[in-house]
Design a binder for this molecule. Sequence first.
Ligand code: CP3
Length: 355
Amino acid sequence: MSANQTPPTATPDAVKDAAFLKACRRDPVPHTPVWFMRQAGRSLPEYRKVREGIPMLESCMRPELVTEITLQPVRRHNVDAAIYFSDIVVPLKAIGIDLDIKPGVGPVVENPIRTRADLAQLRDLTPEDVSYVTEAIGLLTRELGATPLIGFAGAPFTLASYLVEGGPSRTYENAKAMMYGDPELWADLLDRLADITAAFLKVQIEAGASAVQLFDSWVGSLAPADYRRSVMPHSAKVFQAVAEYGVPRIHFGVGTGELLKLMGEAGADVVGVDWRVPLDEAARRVGPGKALQGNLDPTVLFATPEVIETKTREVLDAAAGLEGHVFNLGHGVMPSTDPDALTRLVEYVHTQTAR
Ligand code: CP3
């Protein structure tokens, strides 16, 4: 696309001045914006009620249900952004991979990808494959008004971890064995996943998502040199593919203290930080020109209100000198979290940071 063409985003004008987008752009904010990874989902009784009897993947394909679930935490907690209700394996299901999300387990893949012949399972994703996403985001942006909607996808490494292992893993032994032992097959697998992920993010941005987050949840299992060589180029391809839209790109993983700089360099505008590295130290590692997102330990929400405030204050103090800060947990909301603790946390961050 040439420079004088308007990028084909559908970001509504009403959201452009939202605190969340300002913080991502490192502009001055009226208050520190807050949202929570996994805010839509199992911690909410109203979520469990509407999901009753509907399998997870099926619920992701029903636009009215997706809209309702995405809106629930916005209504309840007054968060500064909505995250689109879906799952990282939805685009893989959409191109015909035989997989399911098993309750209490996570994504399970029927025929794991272990050989070159298995790559034939992966074809390109077209907007028609996920027409329910376009429809749901259309409904959502109308309902959300001035609240931004975050689109998301799984990063190539984290998707590969499920596809190669066949399900959740603690060690990623098959995926990492492929990465170390057959780098060509690994590169071809991640390259295809990068194309699928980029196509899926484009669908969401063109439908109206005003920011995107790339979840590389499990990449913290890699040493920096291996990340740089075998993963970063593929994640960079995803970020590059959506750069022209100009929407903020967030990059998040767990246990990534040693990777934060590289994860920023991969092409993120905002680097997500888990609770293991304080935000001031994370900012030194990431370097200038990026906002940070995080990073209250999600288990802090099981402590008393006083402890929650003290620990939140520590996060805000560490974030005081940042160029841009989006408050979040260091990983997703745990299912048994008291929803009222989340509501109080949003209120606390907003009042403590009001300028
Ligand atoms: O953040 C949100 O509120 C939006 C919804 C969302 C879901 N999954 C819904 C979901 C998002 C952003 C995801 C991303 C996702 N999915 C990630 C990256 C984020 C992270 O936590 O690191 C990963 C690794 C997955 C894979 C996955 N899907 C797991 C590990 C699980 C949990 C398994 C379990 O039950 O313990 C899922 C299922 C899933 N995704 C649920 C929800 C609400 C639970 C499904 C149910 O209700 O049974």
